[in-house]
Design a protein around this ligand. Structure first.
Ligand code: NAI
Length: 331
């Protein structure tokens, strides 16, 4: 029996996370889940969006499956997600972006993976007003954090027999901060002579990815650009409901979908459970349950390709739990 922390989150979080745990159980892997709140649900209960108890549960179990949590725009409490990543030093955000046949996309062969630095950049939340009418936000980039994410990306490329690593940046404008990120990644790249390495300015990277996403393989990015590009990539393969991810560091790995709480459809039972179920697949791979992970992954692909028991965003009319049941029936 494995132990893991379960954080259902807000909005559609509890609906899709329930789908993921149900599928894992049906695949025969026994996990004892320690359920903890975060975000709005934690605010309501503990007046704290990130209770210490939630942090210590993840520290103990070292793995967590997490749904999205609400962060108010321009006011309210600080993002519990950003705080969680900083508190547990989850320094890498990894998102595999792969075409699933049957999903709403014109691209057939996308198979790329994004390694986003997850702890610094403009997301450190170091900002203040300068007088009444100006605001300043400080972008922090360090050599250590940049080399660390680059090493993870290159190690992955080597292990998984990937051919190319692309580094995105704006070092043409932010010569010091992005310049340091770029030179750090380049330094790591020099240790992997067999892996092709390229550097692309961000706006050009967005354009090239929209035109020929199939040409990209492993992508390494600072925090902000990684956040933006990963969401666009979700659009390339058919939407946010399809893309899983993990925030990982030395101490722990927190698996969570790319999508947010989807307040427009929350509580209706119609959210696409795929991203959450694929987070479960990544979690199972992480703990060494490869066979169960493969079975779930193949079943999800089958259900989406068949296109019968799928949610609205995939062109169907079925509920989250109907689609989950179809995945279980095909295991
Ligand atoms: P969102 O991802 O929640 O929704 C964007 C659009 O995608 C909506 O139309 C929604 O219905 C659709 N969508 C998302 N997931 C779906 C799914 N599984 N199935 C079907 N349709 C789906 O992004 P939005 O509206 O910008 O953010 C809402 C809230 O979520 C905000 O409070 C934001 O801070 C939070 N958020 C939390 C994240 C996290 O906890 N990791 C990540 C992103 C946003």
């Amino acid at each position: 029996m494995y132990k893991a922390t379960l954080i259902p989150g807000d909005g559609i979080g509890p609906e899709v996370i329930k789908a993921a745990t149900t599928v894992i159980e049906a695949a025969g892997v026994k996990i004892s889940w320690d359920e903890k709140p975060i975000g709005q649900s934690a605010m309501a209960k503990h007046n704290n969006p990130l209770p210490e108890d939630t942090i210590s549960s993840i520290k103990t179990n070292r793995i967590a499956l997490k749904g999205p949590s609400t962060t108010e725009v321009g006011k309210g409490f600080r993002s519990a997600n950003v705080s969680l990543r900083q508190r547990l030093n989850l320094y890498a955000n990894i998102r595999p972006i792969k075409t699933i046949e049957g999903a709403n996309t014109k691209y057939k062969d996308i198979d790329l993976i994004i390694f986003r630095e997850n702890t610094e950049d403009l997301y450190m939340g170091v900002e203040h007003m300068v007088g009444k009418d100006a605001a300043e936000s400080i972008k922090i980039i360090t050599r250590d954090a940049s080399e660390r994410i680059a090493s993870m990306a290159f190690n992955y490329a080597l292990k998984e027999n990937r051919k190319k690593v692309t580094c995105g940046h704006k070092a043409n404008i932010m010569k010091l901060s992005d310049g340091l990120f770029l030179s750090s990644v380049k330094n790591i790249a020099s240790k992997y002579p067999d892996i092709e390495y390229e550097e692309v300015i961000m706006e050009s990277l967005f354009m090239k990815m929209v035109m020929n996403p199939e040409k990209f393989d492993v992508i390494v990015l600072p925090n902000l650009y990684g956040d933006l590009l990963a969401e666009m990539c979700a659009g390339l393969v058919g939407g946010l409901g399809l893309v899983p991810g993990v925030n990982i560091g030395v101490e722990a790995a927190v698996f969570e979908p790319t999508h947010g709480t989807a307040p427009d459809i929350a509580g209706q039972g119609i959210a696409n459970p795929t991203a959450a179920i694929l987070c479960g697949v990544m979690l199972l791979e992480h703990i060494g349950e490869k066979e169960a992970a493969d079975r779930i992954y193949n079943s999800v692909r089958h259900v989406i390709k068949e296109g019968k028991y799928v949610t609205r965003d995939l062109g169907g009319s079925y509920s989250t739990m109907d689609m989950t049941k179809a995945v279980i029936d095909n295991l």
